[in-house]
Write a protein that binds this ligand. Structure first.
Ligand SMILES: C[S@@+](CC[C@H](N)C(=O)[O-])C[C@H]1O[C@@H](n2cnc3c(N)ncnc32)[C@H](O)[C@@H]1O
Length: 223
């Protein structure tokens, strides 16, 4: 496996096994987890969700390769249907889902099944205007928010700072943009992530912010 996918070797400094929960001193929890497996109960703590999942099958399989797992052969529909099934189980008051143009319509349809009020914002990633993406917002209450044409990283910061919540959830939490945003606002996060090496980057980032965590074998804790 290329060194490129070791993410600065954070996994050596902050190792995390598949059967462990990382629980932070403020009550935040993360776990290595594939969303096709049963939803971990702690994810239901989330009052709001922000998730930036893979956007198509190529992108999904790329993440499986980076995680040193076998690629998924099925069509992308199975993945996003499962993602929205997990969101439905969490039942957050408000949910943001990021997506590219290819599946924007399908994701909006899924969001409309869960929420009366659905809108989307034009956004970008890596702070480059040409990297276009969209952030769909579903909520029980309609709100006009100043989020159009803002980079996704800044939208995440805005959401973490301005939405009202106790826990924010992210089913594909990766290297932890949502976690860092929540932590900096004295809020809690819960998250799952396929790739333990990416999740170790989150652990290191929160540790660098002053957060402390402990690892617990999943069989030994009630979630
Ligand atoms: C676009 S990235 C999200 C980046 C994230 N916002 C961050 O701050 O790093 C998508 C993430 O979804 C994860 N992922 C892909 N398939 C998954 C699955 N089946 N279950 C859980 N996570 C998955 C990838 O490993 C990757 O970290």
């Amino acid at each position: 496996m290329s060194k490129k996918w070791n993410y600065g070797d954070a996994y050596l400094r902050h190792p995390l096994k598949d059967n462990q929960l990382a629980i932070f001193d403020n009550g935040s929890i993360v776990k290595v987890h594939d969303i096709f497996n049963p939803l971990p109960p702690f994810m239901k703590k989330a009052d709001i969700v922000f998730v930036d999942p893979p956007w198509n099958l190529g992108n999904l399989n790329c993440f499986y390769t980076k995680a040193e797992k076998e690629e998924r052969q099925e069509c992308f529909t199975i993945f996003y249907k499962r993602l929205f099934e997990c969101i439905a189980k969490i039942r957050p008051y408000t949910c943001y889902v990021e997506v590219g143009k290819e599946y924007l319509g399908e994701f909006i349809q899924e969001m409309k099944r869960l929420y009366r009020n659905v809108t989307f914002y034009n956004s970008s990633y890596y702070h480059k205007k040409e990297n276009m993406c969209y952030i769909i917002r579903g909520s029980k209450k309609r709100k006009k928010l100043p989020l159009d044409y803002i980079d996704e990283e800044n939208i995440i910061s805005w959401v973490c700072e301005n939405e009202s919540y106790d826990y924010i959830g992210d089913l594909c939490i990766g290297r932890g943009l949502v976690a860092v945003g929540a932590y900096r606002n004295d809020k809690k996060f819960v998250g799952t992530e396929l790739n333990h090496k990416r999740l170790s980057v989150l652990l290191e980032r929160i540790a660098n912010e002053g957060g402390k965590y402990e690892l617990f074998d999943i069989a030994r804790v009630s979630q």
